[in-house]
Design a protein. Structure first.
Lengths: 651, 324
């Protein structure tokens, strides 16, 4: 199956995009939701500011879902939804929208990602604490196995673990441990004879990096472990139900902003990792666009990715042979090694009480692996062509266009969405919504009942994404995931000794230790970069305040002021920097910390960087600034300069 | 903070006027080890001393301590919410236990103490620990002493069980030790006398039911055997649905009402002077005083009216072999 991950702005514009993609030969939908939808906030919530329609489509209620799927035959469609914390809700909206098209839920095909543990570990779009989140997952699985039998209720994601720095062994082990936690939760909620069927509904969403031989071995190892798990732990006898099924999005972590055209080759090689051997071939493939590290891809960029899949499938002889690795000593050896390493790591997670309880452990392991990867890049032990080696380049004609080679979401979308939501609220039957939400709250509190029927009823009544989530937040409580940075090992001291001396000297001059706030404003949960900055700054001798993701500008300003920091680093990868960064600067001025210099890192196009600097940002870093020590030196110098030129003396 | 140290006298006056917005500047000053800043800190401390205030500083200084991972920060967050509901202002000094590597520290506690950013009645500051694990930096003592003039509650959150919690006991009016059910270490520390009996013992994760009840029974039995049957043992749950927070707030208030506050504060000032001295002169300096124990004894004999900096100067003179 061929898909591209797509969706932006509102339902109407995304619907147009989907229909166009289907005409080009795409065989399924892959819906990208914006961050407010993913984290359960309506477009008019404070935290939604700057994020509405940015990284995906904004869906606030059944009316939006109806528009999104307009004229798309849902009885023939296979729809993948990248949705987790609010998966139960979006699935309910999908079921109701299909029902309105006259398609019964028994006919629906598709996938909800619905994997919360990797949200805590890497992606950050969680909404509720672990225990009730696992219950929501178990409920959607139990419900779909019975009522939406062709649906894949969950996609266990190892993809984001690799993005967060996981080694192949960690990727396998943490994903399998996660799957065990999910299956064990479902086991408590369905009759035991159904467990084989449940096992068969579980699919995976994996990553494939550019080391494509090892990556292929990883998939064979996962296959082997999964079948073993099915037989041994869940007594699955039917071979069809115990098969390892996976979809894939190839690696984004390894895509570079420097010489982005090279990413095309990387993507092609990564695609081979998941297609070469028939015995471990992906069932669905999504390829990223070559310019992901620059910003949101345009339709043309996505088309280019789709064409790569079509060349592989229809021009090459890839699909003509049985498994080409059968009998390969090298492949067998690699697989055995990975299975052994992963089994040991799975045992460690089991010893800690299973994946839910081991979130802290796994997170710190990922931060540590990522730190090690970054150290190797900086030490030139790991070559990234065009980034830390072979960096001389001709000017690229691909990024020279007026739009800088990326898609920019119309900033008016957010205001339009707010207005549309007001209108929705004023025209629906408010009493019916209240009744449905009260029932939802009751079911949520009664752990023994399945959440889906009440959720579907609320969707039908016209409740909003924010209302559904807020009802559950009130029952389940809120949650902040571990940051994993506390226990990360330090880089070997030679790497930072010069920096540490500079920090010591400056701290001496300041009278107290250089204090650095690393902040992630908004809903963007991609915290890997921020975590690495925080750890490196600590290694360089700074006192680092890092509060994790999802902070409002007011919270960041409050922390900066109360903590008395000397400098602030903000990280945003979701494209909402143009709104959020100025909002943080304003909040800083209001809380009396307007003097504190601010640096910004993220996926920030050059034109936006100029605007940010004009607004008062001291420096802007993008993925091409991969040398963290250099960044640290800049930050130290910045604080030093500001100290020598006190606020009063500046113009 | 960037343009020269603020004026200690002015900060003191604003604290006396219960101006809470001055808290960040106070912390920036007391953490500053530069000479001029330290002079200003002395002036500040004198400006909020009992002599200047005409009484002990009004705040209730509460220490919250316990082993890592027992849920101290979640508990503090719930306590802060409860105190705010009673319209009492709160300053939290979260001492991060992370041992300094190459001098740096990751201060992560703030993330776990969730408060309303718009609420001016709450101040949270993370600080790195002192030289010993769980030990308090002199700045934390100064900060607690100063903020006590303006806030209704000053909370010092530290990690540790055993030796390290004595630091916070030196400083706080009330010490709550937090433990989780099923971990026997606190019980062992209590029985073996490594740990002083806390003012309030809090068993977290009350939602664990039976396990929590058993832990409470064990602790109560141990306290009884140690001759401290009056120490309150309370069970709380800091995660939704929360429980036991009201009772804990009442127990903390009740303890404050029952103690000899001036005596506790006097001891805190003396220990603060010693900590300042040790930070300045190191272990060698402490040895010149005849060791910590002797220094404490000597301090106990001094005029109760002396403020921290006077005591500290006296210690300096003493260590140099002179008569104070």
């Amino acid at each position: 199956m061929m898909r591209t991950y797509a969706g932006h702005s509102d339902a109407e514009r995304s619907n147009e995009l989907y229909r166009r993609n289907l005409e080009k030969g795409q065989t399924g939908l892959s819906v990208a939701f914006d961050l407010p939808t993913q984290t359960g906030y309506d477009p008019d919530h404070e935290l939604a500011r700057g994020e509405v329609g940015k990284v995906g489509v904004s869906i606030a209620h059944v009316g939006d879902m109806r528009t999104l799927l307009d004229d798309i035959p849902l009885d023939q469609m296979n729809t993948s939804m990248t949705i987790n914390a609010t998966a139960a809700w979006l699935l309910a909206l999908y079921i109701v929208a299909a029902e309105e098209q006259g398609v019964p839920k028994e006919k629906l095909q598709g996938t909800t990602q619905n994997d919360i543990l990797k949200e805590y570990l890497s992606r950050g779009t969680y909404a509720f604490p672990p225990a009730p989140s696992m219950r929501l997952i178990a409920d959607t699985i139990a419900y779909t196995v019975e009522h939406v039998p062709k649906w894949n209720p969950i996609n266990i994601c190892s993809y984001h673990l690799q993005e967060a720095g996981a080694t192949p062994v960690q990727e396998i082990a943490f994903a399998m441990s996660n799957a065990i936690a999910v299956l064990d939760s479902v086991r408590e909620r369905v009759p035991e004879p159904l467990m084989a069927e449940v096992f068969g509904r579980i699919s995976f969403f994996v990553n494939a990096g550019v080391r494509f031989i090892e990556e292929h071995a990883k998939l064979r190892a996962m296959s082997q472990l999964w079948e073993q798990l099915g037989h041994e732990r869940y007594s699955v006898r039917d071979e069809k139900l115990s098969r390892f099924r996976y979809g894939v999005q190839v690696n984004s972590l390894g895509l570079t902003e420097a010489q982005p055209e090279n990413n095309v080759y990387r993507i092609a090689l990564e695609a081979l990792a998941v297609t070469l051997g028939r015995d471990a071939r992906a069932r669905a493939i999504q390829l990223p666009a070559w310019n992901e590290a620059l910003g949101l891809p345009r339709p043309w960029d996505q088309q280019w990715s789709l064409r790569l899949q079509q060349v592989l499938a229809y021009e090459t002889d890839l699909l003509e042979y049985p498994d080409v690795f059968e009998g390969s000593k090298v492949m067998e050896g690699l697989v055995a090694e990975l299975v052994q390493g992963a089994s040991a790591e799975m045992q460690r997670v089991t010893d800690l009480g299973g994946a839910v309880r081991a979130v802290d452990y796994m997170k710190s392991q990922l931060v540590e692996s990522h730190r090690e990867r970054w150290r190797r890049i900086e030490a030139h032990e790991l070559t990234i062509v065009g980034m830390n080696r072979f960096t001389t380049t001709e000017p690229s004609p691909l990024t020279g266009d007026a739009d800088g080679g990326i898609l920019v979401v119309d900033p008016a979308v957010e205001a339009q969405r707010r207005r549309a939501l007001d209108q929705w609220r004023s025209t629906r039957d408010g009493a019916a919504v209240d009744t449905a939400l009260r029932e939802l709250a009751r079911v949520a509190a009664a752990d023994s009942e399945n959440i889906m029927p009440a959720t579907i009823a609320a969707a039908r009544a016209g409740a909003t994404t924010g209302e559904w989530s807020q009802t559950l937040r009130e029952v389940f409580g809120e949650y902040r995931a571990p940051t994993g940075v506390g226990t990360a090992a330090a880089v070997s001291s030679e790497d930072v000794s010069e920096l540490a001396e500079e920090v010591d000297r400056l701290s001496e001059a300041l009278g107290r230790r250089l204090k650095f706030l690393v902040g992630k404003p908004g809903l963007d949960g991609h915290s890997n970069g921020a975590e690495q900055i925080a750890v490196r700054a600590r290694d360089a001798g700074m006192d680092v305040v890092y509060e994790g993701i999802r902070l409002t500008p007011a919270q960041i300003a409050n922390s900066a002021s109360q903590e008395g920091v000397h400098v602030i680093g903000l990280s945003i990868l979701s494209g909402s920097h143009a709104e959020l960064i100025p909002a943080v600067l304003r909040a800083l001025r209001e809380s009396g910390a307007g003097d504190v210099p601010v640096v910004v890192g993220g996926i920030i196009p050059e034109a936006d960087a100029d605007a940010l600097r004009a607004a008062g940002v001291a420096a802007v870093y993008t993925p091409k600034d991969w040398d963290l020590n250099r960044m640290m030196r800049d930050i130290i110098a910045l604080v030093g300069e500001r100290r020598d030129a006190p606020a009063a003396a500046r113009a | 903070m960037i343009a020269g140290p603020p004026d200690g006298r002015e900060l003191g006056a604003r604290l006396r006027g219960r101006d809470l917005t001055v808290a960040p500047a106070v912390l920036n000053l007391v953490e500053n080890r530069a000479q001029e800043a330290r002079r200003q800190t002395e002036i500040l401390m004198a400006a909020v001393s009992p002599a200047a205030l005409g009484a002990e500083a009004p705040a209730h200084i509460v220490g919250v301590t316990g082993p890592p991972g027992v849920g101290k920060s979640s508990l503090v967050a719930r306590l802060v919410a409860q105190w705010r509901a009673q319209e009492r202002s709160v300053a939290v000094l979260a001492v991060d236990p992370t041992s300094r590597r190459s001098g740096g520290a990751l201060l992560g506690d703030r993330a776990r103490i969730e408060v309303d950013a718009a609420d001016r009645g709450v101040f949270v500051r993370s600080t790195a620990a002192g030289d010993r694990l769980g030990g308090l930096a002199p700045a934390t003592r100064a900060a607690a002493g100063a903020l006590a003039a303006a806030f209704d509650l000053v909370v010092i959150e530290t990690v540790g069980v055993g030796q390290s919690e004595t630091d916070v006991a030196d400083l706080a009016d009330t010490v709550a030790v937090v433990v989780q059910p099923g971990s026997g270490d606190v019980l062992q520390f209590l029985k073996s006398g490594i740990m002083e009996v806390p003012d309030v013992l809090v068993v977290t994760k009350a939602d664990l039911g039976q396990v929590a009840e058993r832990a409470m029974a064990d602790l109560a039995a141990a306290l009884s055997a140690l001759g401290s049957p009056d120490t309150q043992v309370l069970a709380v749950s800091s995660i939704a649905p929360t429980s036991g927070i009201d009772a804990l707030v009442e127990a903390i208030d009740a303890h404050r009402a029952a103690i000899d506050l001036p005596a506790r504060r006097l001891r805190a000032r003396r220990m603060h002077a010693l900590a300042e001295f040790a930070a300045e002169h190191g272990e060698r300096g402490v040895r010149a005083l005849g060791g910590r124990r002797a220094a404490r004894r000597w301090l106990a004999e001094q005029d109760p009216g002396l403020d921290v900096s006077t005591l500290q100067r006296a210690l300096q003179t003493l260590s140099a072999g002179g008569r104070p």
